[in-house]
Design a protein around this ligand. Sequence first.
Ligand SMILES: *Cc1c(COP(=O)(O)O)cnc(C)c1O
Length: 434
Amino acid sequence: MKYYSTNGNAPIADLHKAVVKGLAEDRGLYMPEQIKKLPKAFFDNIQDMKFQDIAYNVASAFFGEDVDLDALKDIVYDTLSFDCPVVKVKDNIYSLELFHGPTLAFKDVGARFMARLLQYFIRQEGQHEQVNVLVATSGDTGSAVANGFLGVEGIHVYVLYPKGKVSPIQECQFTTLGKNITAIEVDGVFDDCQALVKSAFMDEALNQHMKLTSANSINVARFLPQAFYYFNAYARMKAQDKADQLVMCVPSGNFGNICAALFGHAMGLPIKRFIAANNANDVFYNYLQTGKYEPKASVQTLANAMDVGDPSNFARIYDLYGKSHERITSLISGATYNDEQIKETMRQCYKETNYILDPHGACGYQALVDGLQEDEVGVFCETAHPAKFKEKVDDILGIDVDIPDRLSAFMKGEKQSVPMTKDFMDFKAYLMKQ
Ligand SMILES: *Cc1c(COP(=O)(O)O)cnc(C)c1O
């Protein structure tokens, strides 16, 4: 499969290059030249298939030309070592729980898949030089990437995070791992971490010294595997005869997750329509109303993984529908909720159904409550386990959320990190010694 840039000004890339480079030379996002439809027989039988097999079929359509099929099967099975159930919340509203992965984040799937795919390319080339992944994080991405790449041979990961600005649980998720994961504690804010990573990619001497790549969420190998979730959700709903008028609602920040769902739709997945649920960061919502895309600075909210003022995957969605506002609005609608509304939704849902929403999932749930028609069945993504936002959830609901064993296990490890200033010369000097 060949990949082109959404900016239309970069050379066509193969999968290997698209994965290693992440972003095209013209700063556009890579798009596959073709999205293959899956055969009718696949959809006819999907309700009897398990998650891994469904995912393997989807992965073959995207990556089957470029990756040996047996190897691809291994990668998919290794990536999906957990379940992602659809749970009934009330009436016609279901929660697709995407938080059963190793770090309880839906980003686990893309991170692990990318790690194993990169490893496949390294082995195939018989390459002996270590590949170094640099990732800046404000929390969730770092833990998913670190755990996804943990123990993957031939790859070393450097996680840069702002000192004192990630939650204690998140910090444990990438500072206690050891092995091929190094946590770098930067005396600064998230933007300083991101600036250090960007400078590193541009520094010639450093790039001659070591092979650098990024595990950013715009990477095709990170966002596309999230399509697996939606095929599986459809299958589980179809098994209950509830899939004829399915509405899929995705709490969105950078729009990678919903973009993967839309790729699924383009492959023939019979979802009737989509809702992009936002917090107070309403750039996409406004685009749907006005046809104008006007990025702005993000505002901080309770659902902080969705605090994005210029969602990078908008470019992909825009490209997918031929830049047509009409086509986009005929399939996708939007919703936006401020912090007060998020709190009220969490309280109301808990009172009515006993289901504990996290602030991100709350946006998705409420968008269905507000927007679902009578003959439709709605599935929203619950993108985070409520224990990940324990202080907030406990406070809003007046309860004491249980911390799952998997999460508390991270808290037992010993924190190891390399202190760093925000001065690029210090970071460079450190990397030059590795
Ligand atoms: C990353 C994330 C989102 C937003 O997903 P996008 O793909 O960026 O739209 C929503 N909720 C949680 C909990 C996340 O970690």
